[in-house]
Write a protein that binds this ligand. Sequence first.
Ligand code: BGC
Length: 414
Amino acid sequence: MRNSVFAATSTLALLAAVSVSAGPQAEVLHWWTSGGEAKSVAVLQEEFAANGGTWTDMPVAGGGGDAAMTALRARVLSGNAPAAVQLKGPAIQEWFDEGVLADISSVAEAEGWDKVLPASIAAHMKCEGSWCAAPVNVHRVDWLWANAEILSANDIEMPTSWAEFNAAADKLQAAGVIPLAHGGQAWQDATVFEVVALGILGVEGFHKAFVELDPATLTSDKMHAVFDQMRKMRGYVDSNFPGRDWNLATSMVMNGEAAFQIMGDWAKGEFLAAGKVPGEDFLCASAPGNGFLYNVDSFAMFDVDGAEKQDGQALLAKLIVGQNFQKVFNLNKGSIPARVDVNMAEFDSCAHLSAAEMTSSSKEGSLLPSYAHGMALRGAQSGAITDVVTAHFNSDMSSDEAVTMLENAVRNSL
Ligand code: BGC
């Protein structure tokens, strides 16, 4: 009898201890499901666990995050927001305006984020002066990736203008090689479009078109030329492109099925995860044109009840901006750290190019937010532009018609 009472008491004590020590918890919604992406997010999961956290994974597959954002809306509308969400650019402010974001200023201040983050990145993470998101990295969007062997076998250098790109693509096509690996999904069409647009409109024109939504620029001759070049791009992709995921397009370059891909440097995460070496197996270069299109991944914390969840949010925010995570995550992800004080010695030549050009673009005023990756515009406006881009790419619409449609779509979205 004594023994069983003792046993029952100690079981209760054990249960109490278990619930007390459940520790920081976080349900994390993200769209990092490709090979390179999964390896990268595992770095955060491991660091969270090593610091006593319990991670509940909520991955929503779909490059560019459109499906993840739909899932998020459903969760918030049902009053059950995940604790931490991969969210970026003006979408952070949109959710802040809905009154559902947690304030993480106490972590940011304790960790001195203002001292280690560039002001332009910090600005995206603040909502009316308080910190509402934690930045993970800086991805660059305007990259050209190539299969090194295909280029050398066809005596082709990395193109430095769109005319050179077209000449190279024509030559490859004549030799029976698919010039451009592409996946026909709206966000991928938008990615190619904004990279072409940066090259043709220039830095100022890009800003006027996709940040200021200036009607004169949206209907300019140069915008016609952007759609003309998009029509050429359509001719350089293979017939199986519709619906293809971006990482499968990257594999085509990796495996020698296609020569080039235009994609942000998360593509480098795929090359690296497959053991490919930059400069040997694959080449990276900034796409033709000046400027630097940035895309900063970040996590916003949503209002949740319960000390364990709130502790989880604080721990996660602290780790995300921590020096170790910023290094190891970005070595895997293909991006560069958002913090300025991370030792870059272990990073490859593509990352060094990105870091150098980000610094020079920042000085020259040519650092531009990516519209295709949700850094420049709110959802209604970027969605309106992408609808036109993808309608043009997937039909025989003329550049004239596309420009008229673009002007109308943007006006109606305001
Ligand atoms: C995100 C990247 C991600 C890519 C493909 C981009 O919008 O910023 O982190 O790897 O989409 O899913």
